[in-house]
Structures are given as structure tokens and as C-alpha cells.
Design a protein around this ligand. Structure first.
Ligand SMILES: Nc1ncnc2c1ncn2[C@@H]1O[C@H](COP(=O)(O)OP(=O)(O)OP(=O)(O)O)[C@@H](O)[C@H]1O
Ligand SMILES: [Mg+2]
Length: 315
């Protein structure tokens, strides 16, 4: 649905200094239909820049974007029909009501007069703002304003939603509810491309993830695969029913096993390999006489992985 090819953006250096600031550096990535794709990275990584290029709001220095097979730079209007965009900061017109605001954009998008009132009511309901339909925007909370922005983005029923920091600045309850809304929009058929700083949100709702730093894509792919690849394997915890086996020594002698931390009845270690490799190792451990009473996934979460990646540690 979204395809980036060597997408690059260079800005002039601030203060007229020589050289260029490369905000997006030859980014290649593909977002298949039906995904909730999360782009994560620290402040200044180039996330907003990348999103704006996807939406045709910023011209790339090099490379290209296609959405739904349409070249965004060559046919921006056609591409934008497939896209709904929520900016990180968007100005809302405080002296309009919720209904008036959405109605205003329905007209701006040149929707057919006859369908506008029904569609406006529909999107207000979808984002859960029925109770605020006739309230002035100035009286909405930040979470409600985010919902209003989403109502605007989905007005023309685009198959792709591009959302810049949709959950930032929200309290835990509002964040939770907004994530529910994103999941519902995804279930209803939309492909989502979101940026966020909040890694637990990515783990909770995203199907794929890309890690961007200083304009460079460090990792990209399905969530589980990115995390497994970045770790160089899977981290497992084995527990024994009784001490006396010598777990640490046994594990240290196994090929593909590293980073063993063990005490008398349990061990956590990194295993290079997949499910089959795990099953084989556990099978041999039992045959060797260890009273195995538990094998668990002890993977680090995205937070830990991310801080390891961005501190420049190599895998
Ligand atoms: N219009 C601009 N002119 C010059 N430099 C810019 C411009 N917009 C962004 N930059 C620079 O490009 C880099 C990437 O910025 P961008 O806003 O894309 O990052 P981001 O990942 O969205 O950050 P944040 O998490 O803070 O939103 C930053 O170094 C920023 O200062
Ligand atoms: Mg940004």
C-alpha cells in the first residue's frame, strides 16, 4: 500500500551553515495492506519529514513514494485520495463546533452535497464524539481534539491513514481509547502508518515496525521478526524442579547458546534459532537428566531493544 524507494530529504543547515542536514537518508520500505505500521525514533530522527513526503506535503530531494500504486510526487491529488493524514500539531478552529468543523472539511474536500450530512454524522460517531457534536472545539480536551483530527482524516474513507504521534500528550485512559480506535479503524479495513515515541504502544497495536535514527532506517519488518533479528535469537528462561544438575555448564557447552545467566535452579540465555531449535535444545536437556519444570520466553521488550540499538551497540 505504501512503498518508499531510496527516499531522501536534505534540508539546508540551520543558520546558513555549509552542508546539508540529511533528515531522511535513502529509506526503502514497504507497508503491505492491512498493517498497523509503527515508525519509531527519537526527536529529530526524520519521522515527520518522512510522513510529509508520503502524503505529498514535502518534496523529496531524491527517491520516491508510491501509495496504492500512485506516484505521490507526480500525481499528488490522486495519491491524496487514498490517504488520510493527521499532523503532529494541527490547528483547529476554536470557534467552530465539532459538527461545523467536520462539515467544513467535507465541503473543502468537495464531497457531494447530498452525502455530506450523513457522512459527517458517521465519522463523528466512528471517532466517538457524538456527545460533543455541538460543542465548541475550544472546550475539547487534547484527546478529543485528536479524535476530531482523525474524523477529518477519515472523511473521504481513505484506505490508508498516516498519523503523526496520534497518542502523544494523552493521559493513559485517553491513550488506551485512542489505540482502541486505531485498532477498530484497522479492522474496518484501513492500513495505518503511525509514528510514536511510546514504544509500549507499538508493541501493543503495531504489526510491523521500523526504527529510524538520524534519517537512517536501522530495522524494519514484522514486529516479532525485527525484535528476534535484532536480538540475534530468542531469550529463554529454563527452570528446574530441583538443584544439582549444573545448568550453567551444560548450557555453556551448547552450540548457539550465549549470554548464559544461571543459578542452581534456573537460567536465562540467548539461543540463536527458531521454534524447532528451541524444541531440540529442551529435548536434549531433558534427556541429559535435568528436571525441567518450565521453559519461558524471556525476551526483552521493545523498550530495551530500542535503547540498545540507539546507543550504537552492535548486534
Ligand atoms: N523545514 C525544515 N528545515 C530545516 N530543517 C528541518 C525542517 N524540518 C525538519 N528539519 C530537521 O530535520 C530533522 C528531522 O526532523 P523531523 O521533524 O522529521 O523529526 P521527527 O523524527 O519527526 O522528530 P520529533 O520526534 O521531534 O517529531 C531534524 O534535525 C529537524 O531539525
Ligand atoms: Mg515529528
Amino acid at each position: 500500500m505504501i512503498h518508499l524507494e531510496h527516499l531522501t530529504k536534505e534540508y539546508d543547515m540551520p543558520g546558513g551553515k555549509a552542508g546539508k542536514l540529511v533528515a531522511a537518508n535513502a529509506i526503502d520500505l514497504t507497508v503491505p495492506r492491512g498493517e498497523i505500521f509503527g515508525l519509531i525514533g527519537p526527536n529529530g530522527a526524520g519521522k515527520t519529514t518522512t510522513l510529509k513526503m508520503i502524503c505529498g506535503l514535502l518534496a523529496p530531494t531524491a527517491g520516491r513514494v508510491t501509495v496504492h500504486g500512485v506516484d505521490v510526487e507526480r500525481h499528488p491529488e490522486q495519491a491524496q485520495r487514498h490517504l488520510g493524514y493527521l499532523a503532529d500539531f494541527f490547528s483547529v478552529y476554536d470557534d467552530l463546533t465539532v459538527w461545523e468543523y467536520v462539515d467544513y472539511f467535507a465541503h473543502a474536500y468537495k464531497m457531494a452535497e447530498a452525502v455530506i450530512p450523513g457522512r459527517v454524522d458517521d465519522v463523528i460517531r466512528i471517532v466517538g464524539l457524538e456527545a460533543k457534536r455541538d460543542s465548541f472545539i475550544s472546550g475539547l480536551s487534547r484527546g478529543m481534539k485528536q479524535r476530531l483530527g482523525i474524523a477529518r482524516a477519515i472523511l473521504h474513507s481513505p484506505p490508508i491513514l498516516v498519523l503523526d504521534e496520534p497518542t502523544s500528550g494523552l493521559d493513559p485512559k485517553a491513550r488506551h481509547e485512542l489505540k482502541q480506535l486505531l485498532v477498530e479503524l484497522n479492522r474496518a479495513g484501513a492500513t495505518l502508518f503511525i509514528t510514536t515515541h511510546i514504544l509500549s504502544d507499538v508493541e501493543e497495536i503495531c504489526t510491523s515496525v521500523a526504527i529510524l535514527e538520524k534519517g537512517v532506517l536501522l530495522r524494519c519488518g514484522p514486529l516479532a521478526a525485527v525484535m528476534q533479528e535484532a536480538r540475534g535469537g530468542r531469550r529463554l528462561r529454563v527452570r528446574l524442579a530441583a538443584p544439582g544438575f549444573g545448568l550453567a555448564e551444560w548450557l555453556a557447552a551448547q552450540p548457539g547458546v550465549t549470554e548464559v545467566m544461571a543459578d542452581a535452579t534456573s537460567a536465562v540465555f540467548l539461543l540463536a534459532g527458531d521454534d524447532a531449535r528451541t524444541a531440540e535444545l529442551v529435548g536434549r536437556l531433558v534427556v541429559a537428566g535435568a528436571p525441567v519444570c518450565g521453559v519461558e520466553d524471556a525476551s526483552e521488550n521493545l523498550e530495551a531493544l530500542y535503547s540498545r540499538l540507539s546507543s550504537g551497540e552492535t548486534m
